[in-house]
Design a protein around this ligand. Structure first.
Ligand code: ZN
Length: 300
């Protein structure tokens, strides 16, 4: 049976902080799952991460200078603006949990590689008991959620497939928004399901992972978050912190409470991210008065 937070992909994707998590949170379920899985393939989490970095570096060589020694059997062309981007499909997909050869019948394809569909049986099983409550949820059903697949460019300019689970009501908005961000080469470091972190929002944020659906309460009021309805997106959260009454989340994001920094990952009120989400009817947490949630966009 599929089990969230314990896949090999999870170790690779979250390996950046995994060593700290494992050493700092003995007995933590996610760390235990990650360590057990890394050991199962003969690697520590740190070694797994280093292997992933080497893969990415190799991918970049291929993309930049067409290294003749590389296996290009699965190379694909991706339209980007007026030009073509090259990527190896396996490397593009390496962090994703779900890679489907045949898409479900209700798939909506917006552009090549930008699509969404209802959750498959495998996906339902995977998220239940993790980002979706095992006992079900009165406010949102599994039928009300969509699986969204897009491409994104990481901070080094390499293409990855990203995956999100969201409310069906905003799935079309999201493929359109993330398509525009990709076409504009907007850097998004990581975009994997929060279940890869055992549904732990803090770990996902520390890893700078962009996410949407997670059935949880808000930090400040304890009421149901818009993430619990799949109606909110957190983008590049490590660089775009949540600030409330002197507290800052996630750990490590403190330097980025200075919103005058000239970093390309900071979401600015006059930038393309805010513009696109607002055009699609979302509100931005950076506009809020009693708190600031710079990573957060929601559409109720
Ligand atoms: Zn949020």
């Amino acid at each position: 049976m599929a089990s969230c937070g314990s896949s090999q992909e999870a170790d690779f994707a979250s390996g950046e902080n995994a060593a700290d998590k494992i050493s700092g949170a003995t007995g933590d379920a996610l760390a235990a799952a990650g360590l057990a899985s890394a050991e199962a393939i003969g690697l520590t989490a740190e070694e797994a991460w280093n292997a992933a970095v080497e893969n990415a570096a190799a991918a970049s060589d291929e993309a930049s200078d067409y290294n003749p020694d590389r296996d290009l059997s699965d190379r694909i062309e991706i339209p980007l603006g007026d030009s073509m981007m090259y990527a190896n499909k396996s490397e593009m997909n390496q962090f994703c949990k779900f890679n489907e050869e045949e898409l479900p019948a209700d798939t909506y394809v917006y552009q090549d590689y930008f699509f969404y569909h209802s959750l498959t049986d495998e996906m339902r099983e995977y998220i239940t008991g993790c980002s979706y409550p095992a006992e079900g949820a009165r406010e949102i059903s599994l039928d009300g959620l969509a699986y969204v697949s897009v491409l994104h460019m990481d901070f080094d300019g390499y293409v990855h497939r990203g995956e999100l689970i969201c409310n069906k009501a905003i799935a079309k908005d999201l493929v359109e928004i993330f398509y525009e961000l990709f076409q504009n080469r907007y850097p998004i470091q990581r975009m994997i399901l929060i279940d890869e972190y055992g549904g732990n929002d803090e770990y996902s944020m520390e890893d700078n992972n962009t996410t949407c659906f997670n059935y949880r309460m808000t930090v400040d009021t304890g009421s149901l978050s818009q993430h619990a309805l799949g109606r909110a997106v957190d983008l590049n959260p490590l660089y775009n912190p949540y600030m409330y009454k002197g507290s800052v989340e996630p750990v490590g994001s403190e330097p980025y409470t200075d919103r005058t920094l000239n970093e390309p990952y900071l979401i600015k009120d006059d930038g393309i991210v805010v513009k696109l989400f607002k055009e699609h009817g979302f509100e931005w947490g950076g506009d809020w008065k009693t708190m600031k949630d710079y990573q957060h966009f929601q559409k109720k």
